[in-house]
Design a protein around this ligand. Structure first.
Ligand code: ADP
Length: 447
């Protein structure tokens, strides 16, 4: 096992990794920008190294400074968290070249899944169901023919896409050339690559993803699904495990398909296969080769510490359990408490004046904020994650309601008031929502 791990991240996820390390008896090194000298992850780690000025490009994304921090402190492995360098294959390459360990999959798999066309072709060959579309890049000349074949509406997607950018819907043939040129333009600007492909646009899907763990001894297991259909601008705001739309048989079936596919691929570490789900069918959209923000809901219903397993796997240890040891107990929901206006989602950085976290049975609050902490304006607006777990979905919703009413984050705007409304909405209570539900709901409130 490693003696010392460097965490190449900040905020709640840096704390999450530090906590796992402490329980495993591993020393921790935090990195931080000059804007984060007072941050909680710096206080909780055993050591810390300043890697640059506030701008992420010069600090949390500064690969030479991060490698130097490892060398200075003697850290043997790097946990990238999510975001920042977590899906950067070059970073994983460089870590390897320096004789250090990247806590994550191989650079080859990161690269493969980072390109959407390659990812889709690869998983299709491995037997994972995909959205009907232009199997590969689509040219302006072919677009109309391909769209007729799959049938309107169609979605133009950037192969280098991420965060919902470079994605445009064409409802009819008349919209097609406009959708193509805007998607290409957005993709070129955001990713420096204007290659696009086409998919059938699903009208009312849910977003359902499968969490997997794979060790270096050929064992692959799935930890069930998460339903992340409540989204705004393709950003998740509320996640559940399991999905209100799936039964145990469907879970076993899709879990089995994914597990088999990743075993064939020789995948290593934690990963998530994201699907759209409509009318009882799954359609692959992408694979995330890293830890996800919403991993705690899976931890709640399985009792498995996913970060601990990531570290064990990276150290070459075998998974300590097989598929039939994994039992799903109860239901869990996570709400992303962002430092944003609850309805317009405009960022609201500033000083936390009052702070009180809810407690009690089945309540977890993952956060790096504290009373008097000043949220810097340079990074993303996630201030905390409220996770509740209960015997079934109904009890979980009631627990969430009371936990949200206890939570106080004063001095800035947060998304708490939005969740206080959502948890009382009949469609949410009934589990009856697609990926478009939240935007329609916000529009109905006049936003
Ligand atoms: P990104 O990497 O930009 O997040 P994804 O491929 O994961 O892109 O898609 C993001 C979101 O876009 C999905 O969660 C879903 O809401 C929507 N989406 C993607 N593909 C389709 C599709 N074929 N039909 C309908 N919606 C889609």
């Amino acid at each position: 096992m490693f003696d010392k791990i460097l965490i190449a991240n900040r905020g709640e996820i840096a704390l999450r990794v530090i906590r796992a390390c402490k329980e495993m008896g591993i020393s921790t090194v935090a990195i931080h920008s000059t804007a984060d000298s007072d941050a909680m992850h710096v206080r909780l780690a055993d050591e810390s190294v300043c890697v640059g000025p506030p701008a992420a490009a010069q600090s949390y994304l500064n690969i030479p400074a991060i490698i130097a921090a490892c060398e200075i402190t003697g850290a043997e492995a790097i946990h990238p968290g999510y975001g920042f360098l977590s899906e950067n294959a070059k970073f994983a390459d460089i870590i390897k070249e320096h004789g250090l360990t990247f806590i994550g999959p191989t650079p080859e798999h990161i690269r493969m899944m980072g390109d959407k066309i390659t990812a889709k072709q690869t998983v299709k060959e491995l037997g994972i169901p995909t959205v009907p579309g232009s199997d590969g890049e689509v040219s302006d000349a072919d677009a109309a023919r391909v769209a007729e074949e799959i049938g309107y509406p169609v979605l133009i997607k950037a192969t280098a896409g991420g965060g919902g950018r470079g994605m445009k819907v064409a409802q009819t043939a008349a919209d097609l050339s406009m959708a193509l040129s805007t998607a290409r333009h957005e993709a070129k600007t955001a990713f420096g690559n204007d290659t696009v492909y086409m998919e059938k646009y699903l009208q009312k899907p849910r977003h359902i993803e499968i969490q997997i763990l794979a060790d270096s001894h050929g064992h692959v297991v799935h930890l069930g699904e998460r339903d992340c259909s409540l989204q705004r601008r393709h950003q998740k705001v509320w996640e559940e495990a399991g999905s209100p739309a799936l039964n145990a048989q469907e879970r076993d079936e899709i879990g089995g398909i994914v597990t088999k596919a990743l075993k064939k691929l020789g995948y290593l570490g934690a990963g998530t296969i994201e699907f759209l789900y409509e009318d009882g069918r799954f359609y692959f959209i992408e694979m995330n080769t890293r830890l996800q923000v919403e991993h705690p809901v899976t931890e709640a219903i399985t009792g498995i510490d996913i970060v601990r397993e990531q570290i064990r796997i990276a150290a070459g240890a075998p998974l300590g359990f097989i598929q039939k040891d994994i039992v799903f107990e109860g239901h869990a929901i996570e709400c992303r408490i962002n430092a944003e206006n609850p309805f317009t989602f405009r960022p609201s950085p500033g000083t936390i004046e009052q702070f009180h976290t809810p407690g009690g049975l089945g309540v977890r609050f993952d956060s790096a904020i504290y009373s008097g902490y000043k949220i810097p304006p340079y990074y993303d607006s996630l201030a905390g994650k409220l996770i509740v777990h209960a015997k079934n979905r109904n009890e979980c919703l009631l627990r969430l309601r009371r936990a949200l009413d206890e939570l106080v984050v004063g001095g800035i705007e947060t998304t708490i008031p939005l969740f206080q409304k959502l948890v009382r909405e009949p469609d949410i209570i009934n589990g009856d929502y697609s990926i478009h539900w939240l935007e329609k709901y916000l529009a109905s409130l006049g936003y």
